[in-house]
Design a protein around this ligand. Sequence first.
Ligand SMILES: Cc1cc2nc3c(=O)[nH]c(=O)nc-3n(C[C@H](O)[C@H](O)[C@H](O)COP(=O)(O)OP(=O)(O)OC[C@H]3O[C@@H](n4cnc5c(N)ncnc54)[C@H](O)[C@@H]3O)c2cc1C
Length: 490
Amino acid sequence: MAEASVYELAVIGAGPAGLSAAVAAAERGLTVALVDAGAQTGGQYWRHPDERHLDAFARPESSGHHHWSHYRDLRTRLARAVEGGRLVHLPGRQVWRIDRDDTLLTLRTTPTSGADATDAAAASERVVRAERLVLATGAYDRQLPLPGWTTPGVMAAGGVQALLKANQVTAGRRAVVAGTGPFLLSVAAGLADAGVEVVAVCDANALSRWAATPLRAVQEPGKLLEGVGYAATFVRHRIPLRTRTVVASVHGTGRVSHVTLAKVDARGRVRPGTGRTVEADLVALGWGFTPQLELAIGLGAQTRVDVDSSLIAVADADQRSSVPGVYLAGEATGIGGAVQSCAEGELAALTAAVDAGRADDPRARSRLRRRIARGRRFAVGMHRASPVPADWTTWLASDTTVCRCEEVDADAVRTTVHDLAADDPRDVRVTARPGMGLCQGRVCGFALACLVSAETGRPAEPTDLEPLAKRPLATPLTVAALAALADGKD
Ligand SMILES: Cc1cc2nc3c(=O)[nH]c(=O)nc-3n(C[C@H](O)[C@H](O)[C@H](O)COP(=O)(O)OP(=O)(O)OC[C@H]3O[C@@H](n4cnc5c(N)ncnc54)[C@H](O)[C@@H]3O)c2cc1C
């Protein structure tokens, strides 16, 4: 597609939210550009093996997936819209910056792999111009540091699952899966079905916390059924589920060999004398997800802190952001799962179509609004049942690494707060450098905010979290791309 094309709608992200938005918008007659960093659609939830080489995989691409038929339907509708000339799919491209004037949004992209940097066709797709934009950039794993967490063999639970889903590769043979929330069940069940011995699944919270929200669970029968499926897998593979239990430390030279588990109280403080050691070569840690907000924040979209303490972008009841012409869908508006993301994506597209002057479908929009409100109630219940323990920072030893990129430990953060009077995460960041390295705080940002808050006694506010999620360059970039921008060459 020529550089000068202006689309009526651009969608960033081809996960459940963005894919639903792009397809629905094209079917409403809008011209759409769908830009995604992934080489194929599906996002995190429907991550699957390379479609060009399916015969190289032992199991079918649908293996381990929920709602796969819905994904297949979206994929078919996407192909139809592409064939019909209403939609351009730009896979393997990361949007690193968005400029906005009165009428247009200009998306600047860079190839995910760098492989096609000199390709003329790819060069013509580097800039995407659109009248409206759906941001469906999803989320990434939320991590908390603990003693030994940088030992090879300790991985984010989402990363372990991504290897399974995309490559059908298991990251170890004996696994401990730990953290909090129902995602742990999905990861453990996937590992066990793939032949890994799961020696423990540790949730820092008690199952009784779910009792406070039974109505919410009943309102989402699909989630209940998923839970029943995991329970059956746990029984079949004899996987022990240990509640109010955490990984207190990880041991091993060159690779994880042992893990110390410990019981915790309701605030997450380790109960003395409860430590026990198990052998494992893989530790999968998951503490929920962090919405990916660089682009939303870069555009000036309003944010707030959600029930799970994540910074999220604020969407109104029709998925409009606070920035005219920019809509939000999926995990960027609050962690709620794939079904919720699909509904938000579809509603964002219908709203964008109405705003672009297309016919309204009030019944469809109100059905989606109701669906989203129900999903949101469930998500609030889930977050309340699976909070990050209030006192998790007490697990840290003084030399526990908090920021891996810049090798900043807990002691350095604490010293910066107390001796140098740095009283918010931004101050600590610029003084001691946590969050200043390659990942720009994506991994340590949340933990840093918690640690500073524990030391100052002041809860983290949006003004504390936003600077940690603010990245003027949303993705790593070649100097050549920056230079081209400076030269006015897009
Ligand atoms: C590793 C991981 C595994 C998960 N597994 C599960 C699971 O098994 N079950 C479950 O219920 N939930 C899972 N989740 C939660 C999951 O994110 C959601 O339920 C669902 O995928 C959200 O859909 P989404 O469209 O909002 O985001 P995503 O699926 O995350 O899709 C976002 C898309 O945006 C693209 N993107 C982001 N930034 C840019 C950019 N700057 N330029 C171009 N493209 C960009 C990404 O490449 C991605 O394809 C997982 C989350 C993670 C992080």
